[in-house]
Design a protein around this ligand. Structure first.
Ligand code: 0JX
Ligand code: SF4
Length: 334
């Protein structure tokens, strides 16, 4: 787990409505929003559009955010579910969540020009799955059934991987050899829930091995640490993010578990309901790893209209990680 720097409550933003706010305030989690993998994936699509011209195809949502997907669609991206929907020879980008080898194979068979925007930290988990499958381990992949990332990771070694979808799924897990079992995970899970799943797995399989390094990525962890730091002070936490964004949904759960009186997920400021703000003095705001900052600004502006003009940042880590673009687009990066 990455280490967090001490909680720093510094005033990051304030407006003239402070005096009339009646003690109302916003706590703004830092870090929040785009991670290095999302930044790279979105820029990959933008550069691919510039280089190849519209339309280009993207398999699945490039990242799980409605605004990002809608904006790219307007710029000429065609989102498809599978490579067989892409015309022969066209450009297709694989999403940040990664794909199974069978997807690469079917794209190659169709003669597609592929650009892989899989986050390098997801690729790292794929490599772990391949390595432990080669050594004939039973791999217990903790993750959410049906999520694209676990489909991609499991697809690296379908004969060795079984999905464990949370603590309650542990009861149904069986392995071939209890001395050769390892757990891996999806990158965007709740850290606390995953630790509980691992605890139960280890009760059942005492020789269970840990992954060589954390699979839940730095960005997921940092956003959870920040929301935990502010949640006990919050009457309400608003998480900006889409319903299909695992890491964003986890932030709502983490906020509630850490003591927030209420927590809601919104894609856009217009979804914030005035009734949520009744009797509320402190609102916490954060956003998932796939969420552009402009959407958070929209929520802050809306809250300011309701007297929440005072904004204090709650900073628990500083993020500086940047990933290089896929090779063929590197020259295009500013
Ligand atoms: O649903 P997820 O949280 O895995 O994806 P999202 O919201 O697109 O977040 C960024 C991409 C994460 C990949 O690991
Ligand atoms: Fe990569 Fe983590 Fe971002 Fe997923 S959430 S794209 S693993 S940095």
């Amino acid at each position: 787990m990455s280490s967090a720097i001490p909680l720093n409550l510094g005033i990051a933003r304030s407006t003239g409505s402070e005096a009339s706010g009646g003690g109302k305030r916003v706590l703004l989690a830092e870090p929040r929003g785009y991670c290095a993998g999302v930044d790279r994936a979105v820029e990959t699509v933008e550069k691919a559009l510039e280089k190849h011209g519209a339309p280009i195809y993207v398999r699945k949502e490039i990242v799980h955010n409605r605004h990002v997907v809608e904006t790219l669609r307007e710029r000429g991206v065609i989102f498809v579910n599978e490579t067989d929907e892409v015309p022969h020879g066209a450009v297709v980008v694989f999403s940040a969540h990664g794909v199974a080898p069978t997807v690469h194979e079917s794209a190659a068979a169709r003669g597609l020009h592929t650009i892989d925007a899989t986050c390098p930290l997801v690729t790292k988990v794929h490599q772990e799955a391949k390595r432990f499958a080669r050594d004939d381990y039973d791999i217990l992949l903790i993750g959410h059934e049906g999520h694209e990332e676990v489909e991609g990771t499991a697809g690296e070694a379908p004969d060795h991987v079984q999905l464990v979808d949370g603590p309650d799924a542990v009861a149904g897990v069986t392995v071939r050899d209890e001395s050769k079992v390892i757990w891996l995970s999806q990158t965007t899970l709740s850290v606390d829930e995953t630790m509980e799943t691992v605890r139960r797995l280890r009760e059942k399989f005492p020789k269970l091995q840990d992954p060589p390094s954390d699979d839940i990525c730095y960005a997921t962890q940092n956003r959870q640490v920040a929301v935990k730091a502010m949640a006990p002070e919050c009457d309400l936490v608003i998480v900006v993010g889409s319903r299909n964004s695992s890491n964003s949904v986890r932030l709502v759960e983490v906020a509630l578990n850490a003591g927030a009186r209420a927590a809601h997920l919104v894609d856009f400021a217009r979804e914030v309901e005035p009734a949520w703000l009744e009797g509320v003095r402190t609102v916490g705001i954060t956003s998932g790893a796939s969420v552009p900052e402009i959407l958070v600004r929209g929520v802050l502006d809306k809250l300011a209209e309701y007297g929440f003009g005072e904004v204090q940042s709650v900073t628990t880590a500083n993020e500086t990680l940047v990933f290089a673009l896929p090779r063929e687009l590197r020259a295009a990066r500013q």
